[in-house]
Write a protein that binds this ligand. Structure first.
Ligand code: GLN
Length: 297
């Protein structure tokens, strides 16, 4: 009897893990390739973004009026980010927007400029982005942010532009070969990232750090055994630090989609962003940025 309960509990735990650690099994294969979302894989929501009233569509396409109405400062889109997430956003000696560089920063700048606006960046902790959006401190959050059901309750998401997955970074000689092998290991994550949610849902103890670099240093210094973090960022850290490797487990970690978040109900800005993202997916711009920023350095 006990055994049955245990099995049931385990099955429930696995089901929860699958829900929390990604959403879209169908797109897991895409994630393995380039990560760039396909243009057809558009809306993250069941409700398509283009069901707005004609009035709001008109507003969105009239540049002069739109700029005043959709952002906190006329003619400027203030993007919130957490510039600790290479290759999507990081601080450089000279970036595409001030000192901020990366795939997301290039996308943000293009979205603004194509709409006759300029892009400004407010760099903050990842954890603060949704609140900053809700209280109007920023107009949009672009931060390699995964669309999750929980976040969708707080903000609206654009068409996804990148497909990723969580992976494990370990020392080259580690015996960790799957997520289940983390059971008796010291696990490091970054606070507020989907990686933390995944590990939490698996029921393993872990230590959370403010920055990916801090978690990776902990691993390099032998103070933890594994870092769970997004795939492209993991590649970057493994490239930058000797003696590390990536372990994937596509059954434990499903695919995730990155999208830009706006304040709930800001359909004019969302429409502007979606039009730009969809065009950039279709013409290969986002894919090129992916190559450019992963090959850099
Ligand atoms: N994709 C992860 C998340 O949304 C990490 C994002 C980030 O650190 N910028 O939680």
């Amino acid at each position: 009897m006990k055994k049955t309960t245990k099995v049931a509990a385990l099955m429930l735990a696995v089901a929860m893990m699958l829900t929390a650690c990604g959403g879209n099994a169908d797109q897991a294969a895409d994630a393995a390739d380039t990560g760039i979302a396909s243009p057809e894989a558009s809306t993250p929501d069941e409700a398509p973004a283009d069901t707005e009233t004609p009035a709001s569509d008109e507003e969105a396409s009239t540049d002069a009026e739109t700029t005043a109405a959709v952002t906190k400062t006329e003619g400027v889109i203030t993007f919130g980010t957490n510039a600790e997430f290479p290759p999507f956003e990081f601080v450089a000696s000279s970036g595409v927007i001030d000192q901020y560089d990366g795939i997301d920063m290039a996308i943000a700048k293009q979205i603004a400029e194509e709409n006759g606006m300029t892009a400004a960046v407010e760099n903050m902790e990842f954890d603060s982005l949704l609140v900053a959006l809700q209280n109007g401190q920023i107009d949009a959050a672009i931060a390699g942010m995964t669309v999750t059901e929980e976040r969708k309750e707080a903000v609206d998401f654009s068409t996804p532009y990148y497909t990723a997955t969580q992976v494990m970074i370990v020392k080259e000689d580690s015996d960790i070969a799957s997520a289940a092998d983390m059971a008796d290991k010291k696990i490091c994550v970054v606070q507020g990232y989907t990686g933390e949610v995944c590990v939490q849902d698996m029921g393993y103890p872990y230590e959370a750090f403010k920055k990916g670099t801090e978690a990776v240093m902990e691993l390099v210094n032998g103070k933890c055994d594994v870092v769970v973090i997004d795939s492209a960022t993991a590649q970057k850290y493994v490239g930058d630090n000797e003696g590390l490797k990536i372990v994937e487990d596509s059954e434990a970690f499903e695919s995730e989609e990155y999208a830009i978040a706006v304040q709930k109900g800001n359909t004019a800005l969302l429409d502007m962003i979606n039009t730009a993202i969809e065009a950039k997916l279709a013409d290969g711009t986002i894919s090129e940025l992916g190559v450019q920023y992963t090959e850099a350095e």
